[in-house]
Design a protein around this ligand. Structure first.
Ligand code: ASP
Ligand code: MG
Length: 405
């Protein structure tokens, strides 16, 4: 088999750990497989570099930023190749450029356009272990680009797709994908497998095991991804295409997100074009809106609420104050102590009454629901942040997520 293994920052956080990774890589090779390894920078290293940049320029040039932050992975590929060689195996490290990872020109969040991978293929053919720098590529001008935070996951999945690897194994500091955060619910259960779509919902809701874009890529090219721990040999979680078994489970996981705030515009004139005006202005300010509700109008006026990322709180209030004046609304206010709690499962497509069970479970605990949104495989409720843990626990119990299907 051809296996792509990816090790995150914690797994290569110091020389001892790098030697551990080298051991694991060599064991896989000795089992008769071809191995390509993708690594992140040592934990904390990328943040350190970003911080350095901030000390010399308030608004660093994105091209120079990429030149800087791509160095973190350059350190770990070389160290890992040396550690593998010390164990008597042949290894060769490759930067994004050497691996032929071609991206677009959007510095600091570039998209991979294609992977030529000639030198990686050559190395494999010569019996070597190829060690590839995560997170980086080059654009058509051969400037270094990076793929956004957590981008090494994407590098691994994209290389697995390009080389048609049998598996893309993502080694991290947790040993799989759980039904929910085990810190909140000790009974949280590790899932044997999860569909790409469920994983996307979990990832975008802050269950930070895999970078969202890497899951989108895996889905598009049908790459089987396994999430595993680099600290033990436990079986992990397979992220794969949906199958009949998955449909039987009503809810696979419950996720929460405390990183949003709620904005309410009051006394909005209830006439065509007003919502368009509000949300066009917001999108013009590059703020991403998640949930939106509009109340029933009364006397030609209505209230409208929506959520945005917490990091945009200040910006959104500045923008909204102007919009409120322009459209002649009454006012705008911000509620910061909210949380979004969501249940996720492909089984929702074929089971009815799921929303009712969710709302009843929350009601029984006296938890008020401020906003609701649904998709085919997800129901989200915005609640008061102080009830987050309680809500997660109650939903985990209600849908019996501690029990295997
Ligand atoms: N080193 C980069 C980061 O910290 C990429 C990665 O670790 O996946 O975001
Ligand atoms: Mg990561």
């Amino acid at each position: 088999m051809l296996i792509v293994q990816k090790y995150g920052g914690t797994s290569v956080g110091n020389p001892e750990r790098i030697k551990n990774v080298a051991n694991r890589v060599c064991r896989t090779k000795e089992a008769g497989h071809d191995v390509v390894v993708v690594v992140s920078a040592m934990s904390g290293e990328t943040d350190k570099l970003i911080n350095l940049a901030a000390q010399v320029n308030d608004n660093p040039d994105p091209r120079e930023m990429d030149m800087l932050v791509s160095t973190g992975e350059r350190v770990t590929i070389a160290l890992l190749a040396m550690a593998i060689q010390a164990l008597g195996h042949q290894a060769q490290s490759f930067t994004g450029r050497q691996a032929g990872i071609i991206s677009d020109c959007v510095h600091t969040k570039a998209r991979i356009e294609k992977i030529t991978g000639e030198r990686v293929r050559e190395a494999i053919k010569e019996g070597k272990i190829a060690v590839v720098a995560g997170f980086q590529g080059i654009n058509e001008k051969s400037d270094v680009t990076t793929l956004g935070r957590g981008g090494s996951d994407l590098t691994a999945v994209a290389i697995a797709a390009a080389l048609k690897a049998d598996y893309c194994d993502i080694y991290t500091d947790v040993d799989g994908v759980y039904t929910t955060d085990p810190n909140i619910v000790p009974q949280a259960r590790k899932l044997d497998k999860i569909s790409y779509d469920e994983m996307l919902e979990m990832a975008s809701l802050g269950a930070k095991v895999l970078q969202t874009r890497s899951v989108e890529f895996a889905k598009k090219y049908n790459v089987p991804v396994r999430v595993l721990s680099s600290f033990n040999d436990n079986p992990g979680t397979l992220v794969t295409k949906e199958d009949a078994d998955m449909e039987k489970v009503v809810v696979s996981g419950v996720a929460y997100d405390k990183n949003q705030v709620k904005v309410t515009v009051t006394g909005v004139p209830d006439k065509p074009g007003v919502a368009a005006k509000i949300f066009n202005t917001i999108s013009g300010a590059n703020v991403i809106v998640d949930m939106i509700i509009q109340n029933i109008g009364e006397g030609g006026l209505t209230d409208m609420s929506f959520t945005v990322p917490r990091t945009d709180s200040k910006k959104i209030m500045e923008v909204m104050k102007k919009v409120v004046a322009e459209i002649g609304a009454k006012g705008v206010n911000l509620k910061e102590d909210i949380a979004k709690v969501s249940i996720i499962g492909v089984g929702m497509r074929s089971h009815s009454g799921v929303a009712a069970r969710m709302f009843s479970a929350l009601a029984k605990e006296g938890i008020n629901i401020m906003m609701i949104s649904t998709s085919e495989i997800k129901i989200s409720c915005v609640i008061d942040a102080k009830y987050t843990e309680l809500a997660v626990r109650v939903l985990h119990e209600t849908f019996e997520m501690d029990k295997a299907a």
